[in-house]
Design a protein around this ligand. Sequence first.
Ligand code: SF4
Ligand code: SF4
Length: 385
Amino acid sequence: MKSFRGSAHNISEPLLGRVARKHLLFDGDHTVVIQKFRWGLGHKALLTTNNDLPKQYVKMPCVYGVSQESLSELHDGDVIKVYPDGNIVRLWEYGSDQNVIFVTDKCNCHCIMCPQPCDSCSTSSFLHENEEILNIISPETNSICFSGGEPTLEPKQLESLLAICKRRFSNACISILTNGIALSNFNNIKRIVEQGNKLLFCVSLHGDVNDVHDKIMGVEGAFAQTMRGLYNLARFKCWIELRFVIMRQNYERLPYYAEFIYRNLTFVSHVAFMGLEYTGEAARNIENIEIDPVEYSTLLRKAILCLHRRGMNVSIYNIPRCLLSRDIWRFSRDSISTWKKTFLDICDSCEEKVNCCGLFKTSVYISPHISPITSSKIDNNRMPN
Ligand code: SF4
Ligand code: SF4
């Protein structure tokens, strides 16, 4: 999430609100209003580039001394949270399809590559804040993603958030990122599905056999439960995206995984093969899990083409084009969120930069094989393996 700072005045507790740049009293270039409601009443705070606190703001909660560059990145309709120490965090970006609502920081797994380590005993509740966000964002919002932790561990909260979505965003595509374990309970899934409109479940399945998947997830029996969850989702005719994060523990399974999906899970709408983001647990376990995409590119190509030729939708997330065989470039997607994405200086001379997903700013590992793609290299070196 994008965050920046200024000096806080008159702010004793975190304030959440919607950004309004156009306002009768303030010019949006130097001062931005934080509204309580969608319809423009009830100002909660001001953000300003002024370095001293202007007299007219003395009674207002205000963050002054915000850089012009940061302020200009805020749009009408963004939702931000302002803290008493002057920190400002953007929780929702207007018009972006990369916004995520964090339902909980609890999880029932201990994945060796979890980019965002969770707390299995957490009692924090984000419900009130999440409801507030969903109630003030634009009704034209067309995509909302629920994540965690594991969002299905808070079924009541998830149901209540989905109910708001159903009421306010009847045509939006709602996705839920899940490990699928809690979905093995038929009643859990029934309640969730009954609340939502157009639900897409993005389910992690990192292997075609239980010992590989269970070891990665850190939970014995995870594979069997997730499989049960997938069949439950199929009974409700939900859209399903399978997510396979490629690492040292499972890369050799890639072709077998593709075959397994085709034989057992043909009802899924989409299969995504994902490169690792080396942060959180993945950074801590790097010696154990690290693998360069160059090492598995032949197996990945095999898996991708196996599913594609059989009519299944398949994508590659988070792997730069220069690390893939040329004939599977068409499956690579712009999957890294804008605020996390970066490029190396050498990427400036790459002819595929505009189509490339880039690299994670947050990763502690960058492949030494990144090299700009030029017409001559396309012709000579990057033909299909
Ligand atoms: S990667 Fe997902 S399922 Fe695994 S521990 Fe992290 S939040 Fe839980
Ligand atoms: S050189 Fe850079 S821009 Fe080009 S494909 Fe590789 S990572 Fe992407």
